[in-house]
Design a protein around this ligand. Sequence first.
Ligand code: G6P
Length: 372
Amino acid sequence: AAAEKGGYSTYMEKEINEQPQAVGDTLLGRTDEQGRLTLDELRIDEDKLRQVDRITIVACGTAAYAGMVAKYAIEHWTRIPVEVSLAHEFRYCDPIVSDRTLVVSISQSGETMDTLMAVKHARELGALTISVCNTHGSTIPRESDAVLYTHAGPEIAVASTKAFLAQITACYVLGLYLAQLRGGSYADDAQQVLTELHDIPGKITELLDGMERVREIARFMADTRSVLFLGRNVGYPVAMEGALKLKELAYIHAEGFAAGELKHGPIALIEPGQPVFIVVPGPSTPHGLHGKVVSNIQEIRARGARTLVIAEHGDTAVEPFADEIIRVPSTSPMLAPLLTVVPLQVFALELSSAKGLDVDQPRNLAKSVTVE
Ligand code: G6P
């Protein structure tokens, strides 16, 4: 078993370290010599894809957070409205679907019953269905019109890490491809982002090499009873995923919030010593979002929160208000989740081990839930 873990003590640690490859492999072979995306593997008539006027993403758990990241990206790049529906809600909410609706399911295993039922329902209603899936020959791709495989390799640890990054990557590819099909200025933007996407695996490697301080912080926090996570825009699903990882692995109460929502309620939870992770958008993020999140850090710090700040290299604005700063390489704002989530995964893993828990097999959870 030690050999299977490639020298790491847990599968999860191994899988976190395989993330550069998971992202790289998911991009591999999907561009031509001109650097344009080629998704012939979908075998869907391009005109049919051009006619799509609405996208619904269906997924559960971590895959649904990948879907939330995808919503921001696909809407921004294509101007097609995207909705994310938890698969178990989708089927029972009388969903609005036409033959111009694209339903994208996201599933590592391809066997999650809730997601499968959502896909079947979508097809019955006449939607075009694409499965983003990590498992060849599994049920959901078979029941879908087309499949875009993630190439994360087998994921053994119950809590998803490398599959999450691969899912986000595949959704970016899909969004950029739809933008390319639409042509014009959409296509130009897409080309630029695609170039930056190819630099991400190297940046994850760089990030993983600098995780010692995150591990230390996690070990100091083994007795913590509650951790909050704040993020905005694509950082919001990252905050949700950071909280989910901590619940799943360390059995600690954790909640993710949209940073802008803080003043509408959650700020009441802030008391001296409350640890709060803040996922800070890069300084170049449009609409001044960086400054707004820095103000949030200032507000909670003034109320005694212990601020654990995830910020880009060179972002000095966060320094006066941060108890800890975890640095990530800079990238285009939309791609940041592939970097900012990594320290949160490492944090949950390390805290779980510090508590002596079973990292790979957390209590009450299954890798794949094949019942409704
Ligand atoms: C289970 C796992 C989660 C996973 C979810 C969706 O609940 O414990 O880690 O995110 O299923 O799994 P899927 O295979 O559909 O991505």
